[in-house]
Design a protein around this ligand. Structure first.
Ligand code: SAH
Length: 447
């Protein structure tokens, strides 16, 4: 999944100028910020409300966006935040976590106009057209400097669904005399029949293997896209491997599913480590934390005396259950096999919001998590209808324009028949503060 999406050679996001753009009606998918400017504006308002609720700090605010696509969401957020002078003055920096060179260029053109890129130690930098705020592009959030005095506001829209997953299936124990085996670097080792493991179902990883000939992998440039025969397939591992022994044991949630032979679960450890980074930047690392050090030995995160900042994660996935067999390909607005035309098909999996919440709470005692709530509910609570009415007032003589605004808003909040308002969820990570709810999650705007 990682190679197909972000490999410098032939990756879906990282290879410039495939026959078409990934985004938009002519591309493979359309995202909420691309549907209406109101989406990014309301996220900007949410950040403003959080900034007010946290005492209107006058400096050290950073905006961080993970996977900014065309840059539309950041542009709408920055334009909105620029109208709040005090908050605007508190923003020191913007960081965009983006792996695709061509999308970085698209983002720079939108957010910085003529200002060129310059190389800095953690990535590349340019200057925003909004009051000259520096914007830095990094490959990974771990490059963004950490600091106890920073107030990071972090937004991730349709980012986590692109991070790689592992899939596991629950397999019943073998008949009592055949024993259970463990895959080790030197081969299969039988586990004693007396061991408790041999009587229980076992998680086995589903691994990607090549499909049997004649469907040999065709180099991506040569692939005829009308031929959708998969080049790859999922194969159940013959034995446990370190991943299947470790990952599903991280949470109690997977235990009930283990009892049902045949259950398939998806786990994204990279998502968990991203969320750990987010939580610790907001809430501080626990005093003796090794979580961050193990990933980044050079710069342990300082303990934060006063947690600050907030994160908003918007994506598709179930509210409480574990994603099951959701790995999919998306091409020309249709769900397709993820196993053909590697690098030319978008790949994604449902986001496990509960797993993200668990990872956040586990990584920092200074944060609390709200949601996930359905996107439709969140947007309505944020006042999407009022904002749409305002936009329509400005379009008094443009009936088609008004229809576009209303149609786009309906599309974002629509809850019936797999509508975006229901499929997409919104989750917030905020400083621990005894359950005071953020706006959009049952709370009120207030300073
Ligand atoms: N947020 C945008 C784009 C979503 S598509 C929108 O809603 O329109 C996913 C984005 O994440 C793309 O910009 C892609 O290049 C980026 N991306 C995917 N995997 C990434 C990774 N591992 N690290 C950094 N960026 C990544």
């Amino acid at each position: 999944m990682r190679q197909c999406l972000t490999s410098p050679e032939g990756g879906y996001y990282t290879t410039k100028n495939q026959a078409k753009d990934q985004f938009g009606r002519k591309g493979d998918f359309i995202t909420s910020p691309e549907i209406s400017q109101v989406f990014g504006e309301l996220i900007g308002i949410w950040l403003y409300a959080e900034w007010m609720a946290q005492g209107k700090v006058s400096k050290g605010v950073e905006l961080v966006e993970l996977g900014p696509g065309r840059g539309t969401l950041m542009d709408d957020m920055l334009r909105t935040l620029s109208t709040f002078r005090q908050m605007r003055a508190s923003i020191d920096s913007v960081y965009l976590i983006e792996t695709s060179p061509s999308l970085r260029e698209t983002q720079r053109l939108l957010l910085c106009g003529e200002a060129p890129f310059e190389t800095v130690d953690i990535g590349i930098r340019s200057i925003s057209k909004y009051s000259g705020i520096p914007i830095t592009w990094c490959e990974d959030i771990r490059f963004v400097p950490k600091g106890a005095t920073k107030t990071p506001f972090i937004v991730a829209h349709e980012f986590f669904d692109a991070l790689p997953i592992h899939a596991f299936q629950s397999v019943p124990p073998r008949p009592s005399n055949s024993g259970t085996t463990l895959q080790t670097p030197t081969g299969l080792i039988p586990l004693s029949n007396q061991s408790p493991q041999s009587k229980q179902n076992q998680w086995r990883e589903l691994l990607v293997s090549t499909a049997p000939p004649p469907n040999l992998v065709v180099p991506h440039a040569a692939r005829n896209l009308s031929d959708t025969t998969p080049d790859f397939q999922l194969t159940l591992a013959k034995a446990s491997n370190p991943t299947s022994l470790l990952l599903p044991n991280r949470s109690e949630r997977y235990k009930t599913l283990l009892h049902r032979a045949g259950s398939t679960i998806e786990i994204s450890p990279e998502s968990h480590s991203y969320v750990a980074q987010i939580a610790q930047r907001i809430g501080g690392a626990p005093p003796n934390s090794t979580t961050l050090r193990s990933q980044d030995s050079s710069r342990p995160l300082e303990h934060k005396a006063t947690p600050s900042g907030a994160a908003l994660i918007l994506d598709y996935g179930p509210s409480g259950t574990v994603p099951i067999s959701t790995f999919r390909g998306i091409r020309s607005h249709k769900v397709v096999s993820p196993f053909f035309a590697a690098g030319q098909v978008d790949l994604s999996a449902d986001v496990d919001f509960t797993a993200l919440a668990e990872a956040a709470l586990h990584s920092s005692s200074g944060v609390e998590v709200h949601g996930p709530v359905e996107q439709g509910t969140w947007l309505e609570a944020m006042g999407i209808r009022t904002r749409a009415e305002m936009l329509c007032k400005g379009l008094e003589r443009d009936e088609a324009g008004r229809k576009r605004v209303v149609g786009a808003v309906e599309r974002l909040v629509e809850r019936g028949g797999g509508g975006m308002g229901k499929l997409y969820k919104v989750m917030a990570i905020v400083p621990e503060r005894g359950g005071r709810r953020p706006v959009g999650f049952g709370g009120e705007i207030g300073g």
